[in-house]
Design a protein around this ligand. Structure first.
Ligand code: SAH
Ligand code: SF4
Ligand code: F3S
Length: 473
């Protein structure tokens, strides 16, 4: 067992921020015309979504209401992602656009936070090219937003920058806002220790640390009170949950604990790192009634040589034998993955290994990416970076293969009866309800909205490539 490394932010500090919120509530309401509305744009993964929910909770307590768009807002927050270059380019594009709004609306506060801000070259770029930005903060001090906003408003000159380069802490008890929905995400850990050679996340989110089980259970119980039926447990590598604890308590233990929480009907989780998924976790999925038979197991590449260069710590054979074990132990398991093409040095032969692995595993669906150089990572300085045209060509072949398999898997559902948790009305057609199977397949069907939140049986009549159409039994 490793020594305890997690540090919780002290409750007094959270109360101090609450005090800033109270003061801001008075200050901002004094000038009614100026600070009424906020607008948050969130890029990236669920970690950022979760942080934005906290920021929304803070704004709510400050007495501000959500604006329709950037033009409508008095305070704008961009919560940024750094995982690939195109995510960063979008942020720069939007920031340029804000320059025009700021010219017309002088009091506009523009805050930029999230993973991009944890990189000093990005902060330098903002200072140089986007001086209309009011406030810059990072992922580790997001809980201090009320204090930072207060400081900015009282000085109101230049850009206020506060980014911490620390190992990371756990913050409990922040204000939050959640949409009232049937399912919800629950963070169980933060950060990452894996340092895959292409990835920026360990640099932007700090070292891995796990929330205490009792804090997670309390959150899940309160979600149940709000009508939530399904939770997805989140972490960059959920299989190393608990590594920072003094006592032995693993991810499989957490699954068992949460399976006993009344009112929760389904439990999912992501992401599992293939090198760390234990037999206990596989058994927990197989045996715990609420834990769904669906595993997201990012492979990244099918070539052992490339996997080694990526620092993934498994071979093609290790991965395939893990899949074999999972399929033999968990009945009707659905497998999804993340795959990348164009990693430095990837040859045609390496890429064919990826296609070969996909043929063997047969994923229900896959998130696919073109490798993007990240500053400061080990892969940045590797030799043989792949030409864009080659990367694109491989990406299209990959897409075709994974879609073909996904279509075939979905087609095999024709006339089968599936168990669906009804999530809500379809966005495209309010007469149609949508839900998901235990395997996380999207199902569309006609039905009364009173069914929302129920688990019902649906007969699949018309399987599509990315969803299943059916009728209520
Ligand atoms: N912790 C998760 C993934 C988090 S990032 C895991 O280990 O699986 C989500 C996905 O983005 C990764 O799985 C990877 O496929 C992709 N990704 C990460 N860095 C990337 C980069 N530099 N270029 C392209 N894709 C990248
Ligand atoms: Fe990135 Fe690897 Fe950590 Fe996932 S496990 S967040 S890919 S470093
Ligand atoms: Fe997530 Fe992007 Fe940060 S994927 S952890 S928001 S770099």
């Amino acid at each position: 067992m490793s020594e305890r490394k997690s540090i919780k932010v002290k409750h007094e500090e959270i109360l101090r921020q609450q005090q800033f919120i109270n003061e801001l509530r008075t200050l901002l309401s004094e000038d009614e015309t100026k600070y009424k509305k906020y607008y948050i744009v969130t890029w990236g993964c669920q970690m950022n979504e979760h942080d934005s929910e906290n920021l929304t909770g803070m704004f709510d307590l400050m007495g501000l209401t959500p604006g329709e768009n950037e033009e409508d807002a008095d305070i704008i927050i961009y919560n940024t992602c750094a995982v690939r270059e195109n995510a960063e380019l979008k942020v720069y594009g939007n920031l340029s656009h804000l320059k025009k709004i700021k010219k017309i609306k002088e009091h506009l506060v523009i805050a930029v936070c999230g993973c991009m801000m944890q990189q000093s070259h990005i902060v330098d770029e903002i200072k140089k090219k986007y001086p209309h930005v009011s406030l810059v903060f990072g992922t580790h001090n997001l809980y201090k937003f009320p204090e930072l906003l207060t400081n900015f408003l009282s000085s109101n000159q230049g850009t206020l920058i506060d980014v911490w380069d620390i190992d990371g802490r756990i913050v409990e008890g922040l204000p939050t806002y959640r949409k009232k929905e049937v399912k919800s995400f629950v963070n169980i850990m933060y950060g990452c220790n894996n340092f895959c050679s292409y990835c920026i996340v360990p640099y932007t989110r700090g070292r891995e640390r796990s929330r205490e089980p009792k804090d997670i259970v309390t959150e899940v119980e309160s979600l149940v009170k709000d009508g939530v039926k399904e939770i997805t447990l989140l972490g960059q590598n959920v299989n190393s949950y608990g590594n920072t604890f003094e006592q032995s308590y693993t991810f499989a233990d957490l699954l068992k604990t949460l399976n006993d929480v009344d009112g929760i009907k389904r439990i999912r989780f992501m992401t599992s790192h293939p090198k760390d998924i234990s037999d206990d976790v596989i058994d927990a999925i197989a045996n715990l009634p609420k834990v769904c038979e669906s595993i997201h197991l990012p492979v990244q590449a099918g070539s052992t040589r490339v996997l080694k260069a990526m620092n993934r710590n498994y071979t093609k054979e290790d991965y395939l034998s893990l899949i074999k074990k999972i399929k033999s132990k968990i009945k009707d398991v659905a497998l999804t993955t993340d795959i990348m093409v164009g990693f430095p040095g990837e040859s045609e032969e390496d890429f064919l290994d990826t296609l070969d692995l996909i043929n063997e595993v047969r994923y229900d669906s896959a998130f696919m990416f073109i490798y993007s150089v990240r500053k400061g990572t080990v892969a940045e300085n590797m030799e043989n970076h792949i030409e864009e045209s080659v990367k694109k060509e491989r990406f299209h072949r990959l897409l075709e293969k994974t879609n073909e398999i996904a279509r075939e898997i979905n087609a095999s559902y024709k006339d089968k009866v599936v168990e669906v948790l009804v999530e809500g009305k379809s966005k495209k057609d309010p007469n149609i309800l949508t839900g998901r199977t235990r395997q996380n397949k999207l199902v569309n069907f006609k039905g009364d909205e009173s069914l929302i939140g129920d688990i019902i049986n649906i007969k699949v009549t018309d399987p599509k490539s990315f969803s299943l159409n059916g009728i209520v039994l």
